[in-house]
Design a protein around this ligand. Structure first.
Ligand code: NAD
Ligand code: ZN
Length: 345
C-alpha cells in the first residue's frame, strides 16, 4: 500500500510503497477514508535528532477515519464496513485515567511504550491503518469522514481546553482565541456553541481573520503590538475571562498574560517555545490560572461528534490526494493553509 512517511531527521515526508498490514488478535484494520494534517506533525519533524522520540520511519497522520475492513481474532461487536473516527491518544485502557475515558493522560502509556497513531505508531496517512483496540474507535455514523476527520484532534483538543474554562465564560464574558488555524477556527465555533462569551480572534494573517469572522467570532484583530490595548478597550479596561493560545510563542504568551483579567484563564494549547513568568510580582492580574491541556478524552470525542451533528461544526477543509500530501505539509509550513488540510487516500 501507499503511505506518507517521515523517514529521516530534517527531510520532507515522502510517499512510499510498504506492505499492507494485517490485523493481529484484538486489532482492527481500517481502510482509511480521510486523514488530517496537523501542525504538531510539522513540530515533530522540526525536532533535532536528540529530541525526536517518535521512531523512524514514521507513517504520519494522528487525525484518522476509515471503514472497518478486516477484524482481528477475538474482536467482537464491530462490523465490517462501519465508518469510524479514530480516538488518537491511546492509553493502556486499565488505569484510573483510562477508565474515566482520559486515555490522553494514561498513567502507563510511557511505561508500556504506547504511542498514538502518527506519533509513534503507524498513522492514518496511508491506504490502511491498524487500530490496536476497538476502544479507540468512535462511530462516525452519517457524518462525512472528509469533513469531520479533523474533529478527532482539531475539534477534540479545543473542546477539552474550552470545557475546562466553561464556568469562567457566562454571558457578559469575553474569550480570546489566538491563532485561527486548524484548531483555532474550530475553537471559535465551540465557544459560540457552548458559551455565551463574546469571542475575539487574533492572527497574523488577514485570511485567517476573515475565516474567524465567517465561523462566528464577533471580533477579529491582527495579532501585533497594540492588540492588548484594543482588547482592554473592548472590555472596559478589565481584560478577558479566558485566552486560548494556539501558538504559544513568546509574543502570544506575553500578550495573553497582559490581557487576561483577575481570576481569568490562560490556556496554552500550542507547542510554541515561549515561556511564562508567573508569581505575584510577574503577573498583571491576580489569581489567574494557567493550563497546558493535551488532546482530549474518549468521551469528549463522542461529545464533539454529537456537537457536529446537532450544531454543525464546520471544519474548513482543503482536500489533497495521498500523492499530493507532501504539498499539504509544504503549505502548512509556509502558513498558506486556511482551515485544515485533509488527505484522502
Ligand atoms: P495551524 O498552523 O493550522 O494554525 C496556526 C495559526 O496560528 C495560523 O493561522 C497562524 O497564522 C497563526 N499564528 C502564527 N503566529 C501567530 C501569532 N504570533 N499570533 C497569532 N496567530 C499566529 O496549526 P494547528 O494545527 O491549528 O495547531 C495549533 C497549535 O496547537 C500547534 O502548535 C500544534 O502543534 C498545537 N497542538 C496542540 C495539541 C495539544 O494537545 N495541546 C493538539 C494539536 C495541536
Ligand atoms: Zn494534532
Amino acid at each position: 500500500m501507499k503511505a506518507l512517511q517521515y523517514r529521516s531527521i530534517g527531510s520532507a515526508p515522502e510517499i512510499v510503497e510498504i506492505d499492507t498490514p494485517e490485523p493481529g488478535p484484538g486489532q482492527i484494520r481500517l481502510k482509511v477514508t480521510a486523514a488530517g494534517v496537523c501542525h504538531s506533525d510539522e513540530y515533530i519533524m522540526s525536532l533535532p535528532e536528540d529530541q525526536y522520540i517518535y521512531g523512524l520511519p514514521l507513517t504520519l497522520g494522528h487525525e484518522g477515519a476509515g471503514t472497518v475492513d478486516m477484524i482481528g481474532e477475538g474482536v467482537k461487536h464491530i462490523e465490517e464496513g462501519q465508518s469510524m473516527a479514530i480516538y488518537g491518544p491511546w492509553g493502556c485502557g486499565l488505569c484510573y485515567e483510562c477508565s474515566s475515558g482520559r486515555e490522553n493522560y494514561c498513567r502507563n502509556a510511557a511505561k508500556y511504550g504506547i504511542a498514538p497513531p502518527g506519533l509513534g505508531a503507524p498513522g492514518a496517512m496511508a491506504e490502511y491503518i491498524i487500530v490496536d483496540s476497538a476502544r479507540h474507535l468512535v462511530p462516525l455514523g452519517d457524518l462525512d469522514p472528509v469533513q469531520n476527520v479533523s474533529l478527532t484532534d482539531a475539534g477534540l483538543t479545543p473542546y477539552h481546553a474550552i470545557k475546562g474554562s466553561l464556568e469562567k465564560l457566562p454571558s457578559g464574558s469575553t474569550a480570546v482565541v489566538i491563532g485561527v488555524g486548524g484548531l483555532g477556527h474550530v475553537a471559535i465555533q465551540i465557544l459560540r456553541s457552548l458559551t455565551a462569551a463574546t469571542v475575539v480572534a487574533l492572527d497574523i494573517d488577514p485570511a485567517k481573520l476573515d475565516l474567524a469572522t465567517s465561523v462566528g467570532a464577533q471580533y477579529a484583530f491582527p495579532s501585533e503590538h497594540g492588540t492588548v490595548d484594543i482588547i482592554k478597550d473592548l472590555t472596559r479596561g478589565l481584560g478577558v475571562d479566558a485566552v486560548f493560545d494556539f501558538v504559544t510563542n513568546q509574543a502570544t504568551l506575553d500578550m495573553g498574560q497582559a490581557m487576561v483579567r483577575s481570576q481569568g484563564d490562560q490556556v496554552l494549547v500550542g507547542v510554541g517555545s515561549g515561556t511564562l513568568k508567573v508569581g505575584l510580582t510577574a503577573t498583571a492580574s491576580w489569581e489567574t490560572s494557567i493550563r497546558a491541556p493535551y488532546w482530549g478524552s474518549r468521551t469528549e470525542l463522542f461529545e464533539v461528534l454529537d456537537l457536529a451533528r446537532d450544531e454543525g461544526l464546520n471544519v474548513h477543509t482543503e482536500v489533497f490526494s495521498l500523492e499530493d500530501a507532501p504539498a499539504a505539509y509544504e503549505k502548512l509550513k509556509s502558513n498558506q493553509l486556511v482551515g485544515r488540510a485533509v488527505v484522502v487516500p
